[in-house]
Write a new protein. Structure first.
Ligand code: GLY
Ligand code: MN
Ligand code: MN
Length: 439
C-alpha cells in the first residue's frame, strides 16, 4: 500500500498547500502553525488520558503519536515539521521520521515541546492548537476565516485520504467478521469486544470511537458502551457499531444480527438492510442530505407497516412523529479524520450554518452531497422503552400494534451503517467493498 501512497501523498500535500495558501490570504496571515497537541493529564494524577492528535495535524501527516510536534506552513515554502523526540527512558519515544511522507517536509528534530514552540516562526500566525500547558504563553487564535475555509475543504477528500479510508474500512470489516463469529459462539459482550480488537490489531485507544457491542435489548441503547462480562441466558440479537483507524482516518460501521431461529427479527433486519442499500444508492452529487434523511423516515415507516408494527400511512407516521420514536437519530454524518467530521452544517467556505429540518434535532449533516465527500448511511429501527412510553400517550398510539412492539422489545434494535463516497458517478461503498474483499 505504501508504494501507491507515495504518489497520492505528493498530490495530497499539493492540495493542502493550495488550500492553506488561500486560507492564510483570507485571514491576512503569514504562517499556519498546527500543533499535534499534548496529552491531557488526569486530575490530581500523574497519568494522561489516551493521546489524540489534533485532526488538522493528522491532515498533513500520518503521525498519530508525536505529542508536542508542529507543522509549519508558510506560503511559497516547503512545509516544516518540528518533530519532538524526547530524551526519555520511561516511555517509547517517536521513531525518527521515515516513510512516504518525509520528503514533503523540512524536518527539524527537537527534544521538548517547549523547544518546539521556541522554534516556531514569528509574524502574523494562524495557530490551530488546543490549549495545553506546554504551549503556555503562546497565542492560540484559530482564526475563523482560516478554519472555516479549511474545514469546508476537508469535506472533499483527496485520493490519498480515500485510500486511507478504504484501509480503515478493511480493518473494521475484518474485525466485524471476528465479532460476528464470537457472537455465534455465544461470547459475552466483553468477549466479543476482545475478539474485535484482536482481529483489528488495534487497541481500544487507537479505535476512532468507543465500540458499541450490544446483545439483546442493549441494542436499544444508542450509545451502549458497557461490556457485560457474562453472556445472556438466551441470545436474541447482536448490534455492533465499531470502526477502525488508518493513519488517523476513521471508519464507522454497524451491523445487526439475529440469533439462529429468530426469523421475525431477521426479516426486519433484512428490510432495514434493503432500505439502507436504497439510501446508499442515492449518495450522488446534488442530493440534499436532509432530504435523504426525511426520505429515510418515509421508507422506514413502510418497513414498520409491512412488519405489522404500525397501521398508518408513511406520511402520517412521519408527520405525527411516530417514525422518530423508532428511528430517533440522524441518517448519518460526514466522516474522515474524525468519526463525526467537521463542516456538516457549513453553508460555504466562508462559514455560515445550514439549520436542521424542524423536528430532526440529531441530524449531523445538512449540506448537499458533492463528489469527494464521505458520509455514513446508518438507518435504524429501535424499541426504546422511554420513547415507546411517550408514544403511548399520543393519539397515534391507537395505530400501533403494541403486542408486536412487545415481541420485538427483547431484540433492542437494528442499525446498519456503511461509509460511502460521493463521486461524479455511482457511489463508492467503502464498507461493503471491504467486506466483499474478505470473501
Ligand atoms: N459510531 C457513532 C456513529 O455511528 O455515529
Ligand atoms: Mn456513524
Ligand atoms: Mn457508528
Amino acid at each position: 500500500m505504501s508504494h501507491d501512497l507515495t504518489s497520492l501523498y505528493a498530490q495530497h500535500i499539493a492540495t493542502l498547500r493550495a488550500r492553506a495558501d488561500k486560507a492564510l490570504s483570507l485571514g491576512g496571515f503569514d504562517h499556519l502553525l498546527v500543533a499535534a497537541s499534548t496529552p491531557l493529564r488526569k486530575f490530581l494524577d500523574d497519568q494522561d488520558y489516551p493521546f489524540v492528535a489534533n485532526p488538522h495535524f493528522r491532515h498533513w501527516l500520518p503521525l498519530t503519536d508525536t505529542p508536542g510536534s508542529w507543522v509549519i506552513y508558510t506560503p511559497g515554502h516547503k512545509p516544516k515539521l518540528i518533530f519532538v523526540q524526547p530524551r526519555d527512558y520511561w516511555h517509547v519515544v517517536p521513531a525518527a521520521p521515515n516513510g512516504y511522507w518525509v520528503d514533503a517536509f523540512d524536518i527539524r528534530i527537537v527534544r521538548t515541546a517547549a523547544e518546539a514552540v521556541a522554534a516556531l516562526p514569528k509574524g502574523k500566525r494562524a495557530v490551530i492548537a488546543p490549549h495545553c500547558p506546554e504551549i503556555e504563553g503562546m497565542e492560540v487564535n484559530h482564526p475563523q476565516a482560516v478554519t472555516d475555509y479549511l474545514h469546508w475543504h476537508r469535506s472533499y477528500k483527496t485520493p490519498y485520504e480515500l485510500a486511507l479510508m478504504r484501509e480503515a474500512n478493511h480493518v473494521g470489516a475484518r474485525a466485524h467478521r471476528a465479532a460476528e463469529k464470537a457472537f455465534r459462539a455465544g461470547e459475552s459482550e466483553l468477549g466479543i469486544h476482545l475478539a474485535y480488537l484482536a482481529a483489528a490489531r488495534q487497541t481500544d485507544a487507537e479505535l476512532p470511537y468507543s465500540s458499541i457491542v450490544g446483545l439483546n435489548e442493549h441494542s436499544a441503547v444508542l450509545h451502549y458502551t458497557n461490556f457485560d462480562r457474562t453472556p445472556p441466558k438466551q441470545q436474541h440479537s447482536f448490534l455492533i457499531d465499531a470502526g477502525g483507524s488508518a493513519a488517523g482516518y476513521a471508519s464507522d460501521i454497524t451491523r445487526t444480527y439475529a440469533a439462529a431461529g429468530h426469523s421475525d427479527f431477521q426479516a426486519l433486519i433484512d428490510s432495514v438492510e434493503k432500505a439502507q442499500l436504497g439510501f446508499v444508492a442515492k449518495v450522488k452529487a446534488g442530493q440534499s442530505y436532509p432530504d435523504l434523511h426525511i426520505h429515510a423516515h418515509h421508507v422506514l415507516a413502510d418497513v414498520l407497516r409491512e412488519h405489522g408494527v404500525i397501521d398508518m400511512s408513511a406520511e402520517s407516521a412521519v408527520q405525527s412523529g411516530v417514525t422518530a420514536t423508532f428511528f430517533p437519530h440522524g441518517l448519518g454524518h460526514p466522516i474522515g479524520l474524525q468519526v463525526h467530521d467537521v463542516a456538516g452544517f457549513q453553508a460555504s467556505e466562508s462559514g455560515g450554518y445550514i439549520p436542521r429540518p424542524e423536528g430532526h434535532p440529531y441530524l449531523r449533516m445538512t449540506r448537499a452531497l458533492e463528489p469527494g465527500m464521505v458520509v455514513t448511511i446508518e438507518p435504524g429501527l429501535y424499541f426504546i422503552d422511554m420513547l415507546l412510553e411517550e408514544l403511548r400517550n399520543t393519539p397515534a398510539a391507537k395505530d400501533i400494534d403494541w403486542a408486536k412492539v412487545d415481541a420485538f422489545r427483547p431484540y433492542g434494535g437494528i442499525r446498519i451503517e456503511d461509509d460511502v463516497v460521493c463521486t461524479h458517478d455511482e457511489p463508492e461503498n467503502l464498507t461493503r467493498d471491504a467486506f466483499a474483499m474478505l470473501n
